[in-house]
Design a protein around this ligand. Sequence first.
Ligand code: 13P
Length: 287
Amino acid sequence: MLVSAAEMLKKAKAGHYAVGQFNINNLEWTKAVLLTAQENNSPVILGVSEGAGKYMAGYKTVVGMVNGMLEELNITVPVALHLDHGSYDACYKCIEAGFSSIMFDGSHYPIEENIEKTKELVKVCADKGISLEAEVGSIGGEEDGVIGMGECADPKECKAIADLGIDFLAAGIGNIHGKYPENWAGLSFETLDAVQQLTGDMPLVLHGGTGIPEDMIKKAISLGVSKINVNTECQLSFADATRKYIEAGKDLEGKGFDPRKLLAPGADAIKATVKEKMELFGSVGKA
Ligand code: 13P
């Protein structure tokens, strides 16, 4: 059964480790992440962006697929199905479809409007036992070939949003989605520290987990980060393993063109990346 992410992240914050959110893109992805979580006895959050939801034929399809896998693969570790960077409308669609956790990303609204909309969703989610993530300070990344630098959130605005009764908070601390550019200044631990001082026990979320050096990940966890989002790194591992298979001509040998064979090295590569992250985040054995 899917669970809200509130409990697992409260435990992570108290235990000084982080739970990984791994974004899913298809059946192979979902199966690879779930099996790795089970094998490592780790709680896990499956992230679904609006684009990925559309690609997988809609949120209801995703809920059906994930619930089916939990049962058929005998997954017993805590699993949350979470909308990643949801718009106001997508939040309601996912709540209706059966997601157990949502992120409302109101970071592009003026703070008053972000507060207003987040407050409304706090009530809706609380009534249904769904966890809610909110965001302050937008997280940069590549758009149309240009890499936007991540913002640093205003700690006072973070406190205002945290006080609304959300379950976990994403605060921009100079992090960005996708690969980090050569001239990246690194995470702003000063901002993270200030946010944690004001928000206390609130589990903090680090987006853009791909490519952040290990020592920075560990320091971020020590300063209150309890959820780390990883997407691009699994995509890179999958693409690399699939390219090697094709370049070695394996699809041309026997039945090597069978998708169950062709996609297997990529799925194994995702499993290896997810395991590595779970070990780094400290969530192994914490289910
Ligand atoms: P990356 O793609 O950089 O790993 O970021 C994932 C993320 O933050 C999803 O919200």
